[in-house]
Write a protein that binds this ligand. Structure first.
Ligand code: C2G
Length: 446
């Protein structure tokens, strides 16, 4: 029996895919089709896939052409599969001509003609889009726009900043069609809003955007009061709008997998989470200005709060804060959380520097994420017996913002099947911690 194998993502399955499979099948008696996992596609830079792996497999299955379907999970797997399944022919579309010649050592390699005039990329472009408006045109917005280009279906169509000159310059630089002069004009030119304005303005802008019927992605820290967070979620829910917080770490592949590994008991019961984020900042920056809710807690605390809440939950007994204050803002804060059966702590600093790693201790071992852990592509699980240690590597593309942007657009376009990687509950408690700190609850000044 002559065995043929071919691989693909098969996103938005189309006629070109069908013809390719048909031609591949005609090359032998048994056709094996490898379908890429969502993670493998992310790793090889395909950010834009619309259908998930289960749907893509179902589409291949529905053709009736595949005698066997396998999942493609890693680079180099093709060689393993060819040997494992005793494959005679490797077939792939002519857009890959030459690329897979290295497989000739293992079997015959055939490049089949590609069907002209149709592609997943083109079909994705024809799908509905979310026109995005940006409020606030500072440094994070400047990093956000180039990242958004890696994600389909979310063109940036408008920007707003009360400083119109700055707004116009921003729009010119990033080729954004509308530099809105008023919020009304802004809302007329977008269907979703990214709030990237100074922290203290988040609440008002998010509320105004939701009331204007827009989906919202808000930068961190979301808001400084739990009641404000509750109110904003209330509006979003009543209007059936997506409200997400842009805490980039939550959306990154390495962080997501670390959490699921630890939740499945890899280091036993978790007894402590300890994380640090320090970013030395100019004293004259707005981030260091008490009038604008500046300071280490407001700037950085959401990052360590994320793993703490994900791993230990939000039912802490109490928190103590220890802060070094200068010009009315905390230049360094250590927070210690007491849970019933665990402890957590973090250090944040804008005016003092520390090692920015994260260590999660458990009864069987510990996880070590080197600095800067909040944008990591790598971590280790370590044990008493070092032979058991494991290292994990992941993609972390560009500034890491494209992952949250992809989740945001997916949330809007496929609302029913979406869950937010930072939950409402986690966001409410993050606001609660900020509020406790601002009210100087259990604050010890150093
Ligand atoms: N194809 C085609 N005609 C088109 C579009 C795609 O013949 N108009 C072929 C491709 O050449 C490929 C297959 O259909 O052989 C699947 O294409 P994609 O889903 O785009 O997958 P791809 O990114 O090419 O992945 O490990 C995965 C492989 O490297 C191929």
């Amino acid at each position: 029996m002559k065995k043929v194998i071919t691989y693909g993502t098969f996103d938005l399955f189309h006629q070109g895919h069908y013809k390719l499979l048909k031609r591949a099948k005609e090359l032998g008696d048994w056709l094996i089709v490898g379908v890429t996992t969502d993670n493998f596609d992310l790793e090889r830079g395909k950010m834009n896939t619309c259908d998930n792996v289960m749907d893509r497999i179902a589409a291949v299955q529905a053709t009736g052409l595949a005698d066997q379907i396998v999942i493609e999970e890693y680079k180099g797997q093709k060689i393993d599969d060819i040997q494992k399944y005793k494959v005679d022919v490797f077939a792939i579309g002519s857009d890959w001509t030459g690329y897979f010649d290295y497989l000739k050592e293992y079997c015959q390699v055939v490049y089949l003609p590609r069907t002209e005039g149709i592609s997943s990329t083109q079909l994705r472009q024809d799908r509905p889009t979310v026109s995005l408006g940006i409020i606030g045109t500072g440094s994070i917005a400047r990093r956000f726009v180039p990242e958004s280009k890696f994600v389909n279906s979310i063109p940036v169509t408008a920007a707003f900043n009360p400083n119109q000159e700055e707004c116009a310059g921003f729009c010119k630089q990033f080729e954004i069609p509308v530099a809105a002069k008023t919020l009304d004009e802004f809302y007329q030119n977008c269907s979703a809003v990214y709030v990237a304005s100074p922290h203290f303005t988040h609440y008002e802008y998010v509320k105004s955007a939701l009331n204007a019927g827009k989906h919202v992605l808000c930068e961190t820290p979301f808001v400084f009061k739990r009641s404000e967070a509750e109110e904003l979620y209330g509006i979003a829910e009543s209007k059936n709008l997506v409200l997400m917080v842009a805490l980039k770490t939550a959306y990154c592949p390495a962080f997501g997998h670390l959490i699921t590994l630890l939740k499945s008991g890899m280091i036993g019961e978790i007894v402590e989470v300890s994380a640090s984020v320090t970013t030395l900042t100019d004293e004259n920056s707005q981030k260091m200005d008490s009038r604008y809710f500046g300071g280490s807690m407001s700037e950085n605390a959401c990052f360590p709060l994320l793993p703490i809440f994900k791993l230990l939950g939000t039912d802490y007994r109490n928190i103590n804060f220890y802060s070094k204050i200068k010009n009315g803002v905390d230049i360094y804060t250590k927070a210690v959380f007491r849970y019933d059966s665990a402890v957590a702590s973090f250090q944040v600093g804008l005016g003092a520097k520390s090692e920015g790693n994260m260590v999660i201790s458990g009864t069987k071992g510990y996880a070590y994420v080197p600095a800067p852990w909040w944008k990591t592509d790598y971590f280790e699980i370590r044990y008493e017996d070092q032979n058991q240690n494991k290292k994990y590597f992941y993609p972390y593309a560009g500034e890491g913002l494209r992952y949250e942007i992809k989740d945001f657009v997916t949330a809007i376009l496929q609302k029913n099947s979406f869950f937010s990687k930072v939950s409402k509950r986690e966001n409410l408690y993050m606001a609660q911690v900020q509020e406790a700190y601002l009210s100087k609850n259990q604050l010890f000044v150093l």
